[in-house]
Design a protein around this ligand. Structure first.
Ligand code: NAG
Ligand code: NAG
Ligand code: NAG
Ligand code: NAG
Ligand code: NAG
Ligand code: NAG
Ligand code: NAG
Ligand code: NAG
Ligand code: NAG
Ligand code: NAG
Ligand code: NAG
Ligand code: NAG
Ligand code: CU
Length: 562
């Protein structure tokens, strides 16, 4: 017994060997939850909300057997994991795989290399990610530490959005009426809304802090439809990582995090012993958009603090205040040290210019006006380069690999066919939908791509958190108004942040660069769930390069069928 204990201690001291396999079982179940004076069934993994945290070391293999025990189709996406040559396990429904149908299983099986930090996993079908999500933590390789002092403790803070009603009803109603979705009733931190809501005084996440110690907070924004401001009363936050990429540490009082994004912060318990709120509320940049304006809280509680003292709330910027967002995002700089190298493409082989924004579909002839409650008696939609994406009924990756015709077309325009003043006066009267289509943009292997994402004012300008699957990109520039190529001279090609999700500035643009070193079919979409449903999506197909090391692996035998 003693020898065994010594053996375990030695094994821990030496660190687990890199390249081990981490096994998880995910059972998709429905379970009853009481929150905010009401009870409902939610769909979750292993009856946990948020779901289990995945832990691994860089270089490990992750094997997750997913068993679907609910009467809904399911897929799981490993958000931000590059899936080098293993696109089959990326997860977006009908892009890389057909869904795992009720009573079916599918085993996700992939390695995680050249990445470390906080990422997350979530369902990637029909708003199920509302309750099916969790943190995905990649620890540095054994023996390698952090580029900052080792924290006392590491604490995931997973933000999500809570409706008292069933989320299926919320999306069904929005898509049925053509109008905006009903707003949520609360946000939660690690599944708990905190005491500022009705019937929630005890339903709060508490971080117990020791005076003088430093904590690593691993933030995950799993919220569906709004970006967030976050702060801790009276405490300075040090940002050390964004989207699993180290950044040059900087201090801030407030953090901005969009759905899909993750961020690591250090906070030191250096204030008078007490109880301090960690709080978040919406950053909503769209005009005339109704949104959840409530405040979610958790408590940063010092060991000696009296539990009777009411915690103090931090000030948060006003909901539509873009200035602190710009200031925050402009501070993000990749660490870019010999241990954390950077590879920004310095030249460009392929220029892409994509408009992203909301749109209006004219009320279809003969349709009831009950189904046309969007702007100007039409229906809300969204588009990229004026294409409203239609999700196919066969997975694009399968169609690509097996040369199945008729699933998608390859003529996604590399720049808008109609040029206009993208951020000028609202174009509400323009029917901005050019049919709904499954068009993809095909890119060769090994190309240096520059992608300009340009917000539009067709309905309202708005910050869109655009997520690209299978890649990280360098954010080499952002700005307001319309992009033009003379702005390329202002790009940061030295230490731009490397991300997988970028909040394109409201009424502005973001310039991204990446190298097409990962073959497959890769979804790109707005991570505001309602915008994704409205078609603010597209996909890339990146062709194989030369030889097996530049080619997609064959599909797994248990890949679900449509
Ligand atoms: C997963 O489930 C299988 C079958 O029930 C079991 O044998 C295995 O130990 C489980 N693995 C983990 C990591 O829980
Ligand atoms: C799934 O399996 C359960 C138990 O075996 C069965 O009751 C249920 O009808 C099955 N559901 C479907 C959709 O096949
Ligand atoms: C996972 O993939 C590896 C490499 O292809 C393979 O050797 C292993 O058997 C797979 N494991 C499972 C559980 O499918
Ligand atoms: C703590 O923060 C609150 C709210 O911003 C502020 O009113 C108070 O003065 C701060 N206290 C200290 C000691 O800084
Ligand atoms: C917002 O609503 C007001 C009042 O209905 C309207 O005058 C204005 O044009 C709207 N703005 C946008 C950008 O839709
Ligand atoms: C939130 O919105 C509601 C409804 O529009 C409004 O009555 C309330 O004052 C707002 N609360 C805050 C904190 O802005
Ligand atoms: C922000 O909201 C306030 C109050 O709702 C409004 O008066 C103001 O015009 C908005 N600012 C912007 C930039 O939209
Ligand atoms: C919807 O259509 C009905 C029947 O055509 C009409 O009576 C009603 O006024 C319309 N409602 C709106 C809000 O336009
Ligand atoms: C685009 O619209 C904006 C806002 O109305 C205006 O200031 C700008 O001059 C316009 N740009 C062009 C090129 O027309
Ligand atoms: C989008 O396409 C539709 C249909 O072809 C066309 O009427 C509209 O002018 C286009 N809008 C834009 C902004 O390109
Ligand atoms: C609409 O789509 C059709 C077919 O793809 C294309 O020929 C046409 O140029 C598009 N129109 C606009 C305005 O984008
Ligand atoms: C589940 O997916 C299958 C395969 O794509 C599809 O035929 C079926 O209609 C889907 N079921 C639901 C409830 O969406
Ligand atoms: Cu969006």
């Amino acid at each position: 017994m003693l020898l065994l204990a010594i053996g375990i201690v030695l094994a821990l001291a030496q660190g687990v060997q890199a390249g081990v396999t981490r096994h998880y079982n995910f059972t998709i179940q429905s379970h009853k939850v009481s929150k905010l004076c009401s009870t409902k069934h939610i769909i979750s993994v292993n009856r946990k909300f948020p779901g289990p945290t995945i832990h691994l070391d860089e270089g490990d293999r992750v094997v997750v057997k997913v068993t679907n025990r609910v009467p809904h189709n399911m897929t799981i996406h490993w958000h931000g994991v590059r899936q080098l040559r293993s696109a089959w396990f990326d997860g977006p429904a009908y892009i890389t795989q057909c869904p795992i149908q009720p009573n079916q299983t599918f085993t996700y099986n992939f390695t995680v290399t050249e990445q470390r930090g906080t990422l997350w996993w979530h369902a990637h079908i029909n708003w199920l990610r509302a309750t099916v999500h969790g943190a995905f933590i990649i620890h540095p390789k054994p023996g390698l530490g952090y580029p900052f002092p080792k924290p006392e403790k590491e604490v995931p803070l997973v933000f999500s959005e809570w409706w008292k009603s069933d989320v299926f009803k919320v999306v069904k109603q929005a898509l049925g009426t053509g109008g905006g979705p009903n707003i949520s009733d609360a946000f939660t931190i690690n599944g708990k809304p905190g005491p500022l809501y009705n019937c929630s005084s005890q339903d709060v996440f508490v971080l117990n802090a020791l005076p003088g110690k430093t904590y690593l907070l691993r933030l995950v924004n799993a919220v569906l439809n709004t970006e967030l401001f976050f702060a801790i009363a009276n405490h300075t936050l040090t940002v050390v990582e964004a989207d699993a990429g180290y950044v040059k540490p900087f201090n801030t009082n407030v953090v901005v995090i969009a759905p899909g994004q993750t961020m690591n912060l250090l906070v030191t318990a250096n204030q008078a012993p007490g109880r301090y709120f960690m709080a978040a509320h919406s950053y909503e940049s769209g005009q005339n958009v109704t949104f959840d304006n409530t405040t979610v809280t958790a408590i940063f509680q010092y060991q000696q603090a009296s539990s009777s003292s009411p915690p103090v709330l931090p000030p948060l910027p006003f909901f539509n205040d873009t200035k602190p967002v710009t200031a925050f995002n402009n501070k993000l700089r990749k660490l870019a040290t010999p241990e954390d190298p950077i590879a920004v493409p310095q030249t460009v082989d392929q220029h892409l210019f994509f408009t992203v924004g909301l749109a209006v579909e004219n009320c279809p002839p003969g349709a009831s006006n009950k189904t046309c409650q969007g702007p100007n008696g039409g229906r809300f939609a969204a588009s990229v380069n004026n294409i409203t994406f239609t999700v196919p009924t066969t997975a694009i990756l399968q169609a690509h690999y097996f040369n199945t015709p008729g699933v998608y077309s390859t003529d996604f325009p590399f720049s808008p066919l109609v040029k206009f003043n993208y951020t000028g006066p609202s174009l509400k009267n323009l029917n901005s939908i050019n049919g709904t289509r499954t068009k993809v943009a095909v890119l060769p292997y090994g190309a240096n791509v520059e992608l300009i994402l340009q917000d539009t004012s067709i309905v309202t300008t708005e910050s869109h958190p655009i997520h690209l699957h299978g890649y990280n990109f360098y954010v080499v520039g952002t700005g307001f108004g319309n992009y033009n190529s003379s702005l390329a001279s202002t790009f940061n090609l030295v230490d731009p942040p490397e991300r997988n999700t970028i909040g394109v500035p409201v009424g502005g643009w973001a310039a991204l660069r990446f190298k097409t070193d990962n073959p497959g079919a890769w979804f790109m979409h707005c991570h505001l769930e309602i915008h994704q449903s409205w078609g603010l999506d597209t996909a890339f197909i990146v062709n194989n390069g030369k030889g097996p090391s530049q080619s997609l692996q064959p599909p797994p035998a248990d890949l679900p069928k449509c």
